[in-house]
Design a protein around this ligand. Structure first.
Ligand SMILES: [Zn+2]
Length: 188
């Protein structure tokens, strides 16, 4: 409500009212029903376990506080989400997205981790495209699941190659005839 009232107040003409007065006028307009275009963003943080229904730990609604697990799950169903990965101190270390398109920063990361060169075995072409190693949506749009390829290898991979990546960054390419090659991340 506060976000929306601030927005309403900003859209009112400049006069001698203070921002608080404008917000309270905007609230009156809303109560009278003269404005009906509510459009606010809410941020809900919820654990993966709660989201999957394994536990009922409360979620957290930004600007409000804890909310019931059911409410958090309900809200999560109706909006885009981002995953925040935590380290052993429960500090955020990385962010993921449920969208297909990787962020510019994820692409830069894939580019940097391959030294700018196609990740396919033996290829020295520059990176031209970005590929979900495990296809989306089963494979998430994360730096760990994104690799940079030249256009030719990107098409080959989607044709009939199998590619997996170990947690240490080693990639395994298996050709249609069963040959196996490994590649390693670029060493700086
Ligand atoms: Zn290539």
């Amino acid at each position: 409500m506060f976000q929306q009232l601030c927005k309403d107040a900003r859209s009112l003409p400049t006069d001698d009212r203070t921002t608080d007065q404008k917000r309270s006028d905007a609230l009156l307009d809303r109560l009278r029903g003269t404005k009906r275009d509510w459009n606010v963003r809410t941020f809900v943080t919820v654990s993966m376990e709660t989201l999957m229904g394994l536990t009922n730990d409360p979620g957290h609604l930004a600007g409000y506080g804890p909310i019931a697990a059911d409410t958090a799950r309900e809200l999560a169903m109706h909006g885009p989400w981002r995953g925040i990965l935590l380290d052993q101190y429960r500090h955020a270390t990385a962010i993921t997205t449920d969208t297909y398109r990787p962020t510019a920063l994820m692409k830069e990361f894939a580019h940097a981790s391959a030294g700018g060169t196609c990740t396919a075995p033996g290829c020295a072409s520059p990176i031209q495209e970005y590929d979900h190693i495990t296809p989306w949506p089963a494979g998430h749009t994360t730096p760990a699941n994104l690799q940079g390829l030249c256009r030719w290898h990107h098409h080959r991979k989607h044709d009939n190659y199998t590619v997996t990546r170990d947690p240490d960054g080693t990639s395994h390419w298996t050709t249609p005839t069963g040959r196996h090659y490994t590649t390693r991340p670029f060493e700086y």
